[in-house]
Design a binder for this molecule. Structure first.
Ligand SMILES: Nc1ncnc2c1ncn2[C@@H]1O[C@H](COP(=O)(O)OP(=O)(O)OP(=O)(O)O)[C@@H](O)[C@H]1O
Ligand SMILES: [Mg+2]
Length: 239
């Protein structure tokens, strides 16, 4: 589904990602760990093609096609979708209006907005004055309506209360499993691992991959030893 070779990314004059290699198969879920500022969101934004994230070397292939030079809307058409760490607020556009644009199925909109407790938010401006958790649910709602083949999820559970983490985790898990979708999920808290059957994880530190392995094992190691053990590991099994 997604193949990244030797990717180096610059923002302005600053190198953020350094010679990244990554591969995710159809139906596979990869978890990305790493300390603050290590380049996780940058990786997701570069895959999505957001402006300002400049590829200075390397290739991104999605479903067999090199997408380095494709604009963001073409990447969306090909099946990439993003859930932002810090979602934009859009004054003057109702969540319900955007929903109808994203999906032709009113029954899907009704069903999903009910499951994610967002029915009354449909008549409000997108993310404007939504609480932190509501904004994350709204992001997931918008993403699933797009029905992407590959989901880029940037800290989906950050700022979400335990009950709503469970709600979102269950909705996301059934969507991924029933449709055999692929995903790359960034998490600090690890809560999402309780709901999603992720096969692999890797750790990004200072723009490079350091170690890879089973998500729960890596998460427990980070919890107990910080990122020090990941630095010692140096086994970039990201294939
Ligand atoms: N548009 C930008 N302009 C300047 N610096 C940027 C920009 N985008 C990212 N950076 C810098 O790149 C580095 C990596 O940022 P990034 O958002 O990818 O980190 P992260 O791993 O997602 O961190 P966190 O866990 O805190 O979300 C940071 O030092 C950040 O300040
Ligand atoms: Mg981030």
């Amino acid at each position: 589904m997604l193949e990244i070779h030797n990717l180096t990314v610059k923002v302005g004059e600053k190198y953020i990602l350094d010679s990244i290699d990554l591969s995710v198969k159809k139906g596979e879920i990869l978890v990305l760990f790493g300390p603050n500022g290590s380049g996780k969101s940058t990786l997701i934004k570069a895959i999505m093609g957001l402006s300002g994230y400049n590829i200075s070397s390397g290739d991104i292939f999605f479903r067999g096609e090199r997408i380095n030079d494709l604009p963001i809307e073409k990447r969306v058409e090909k099946g990439l979708g993003i859930m932002y760490q810090h979602p934009p607020r859009i004054r003057g556009v109702k969540l319900g209006q955007l929903s109808s644009f994203l999906s032709p199925s009113q029954s899907l909109i009704n069903d999903l907005s009910s499951k994610l407790s967002l029915r009354e938010h449909l008549s409000r401006d997108i993310n404007l004055d939504f609480s932190g958790g509501e904004m994350k649910r709204s992001e997931l709602f918008q993403l699933l309506l797009q029905d992407p083949e590959f989901l880029l999820l940037d800290e989906p559970e950050s700022g979400v209360d335990i009950e709503n983490v469970s709600l979102m985790g269950k909705v996301l898990n059934s969507y991924l499993r029933e449709n055999n979708k692929s995903a790359l999920i960034i998490t600090h808290t690890g809560y999402v691992l309780d709901y999603i059957n992720a096969q692999r994880a890797c750790v990004l530190i200072e723009g490079k991959f350091w170690c890879a392995g089973k998500p729960r094992e890596i998460f427990d190691s980070i919890k107990n030893h910080g990122y020090a053990k990941c630095r010692e590991c140096r086994c970039p099994q990201t294939e």
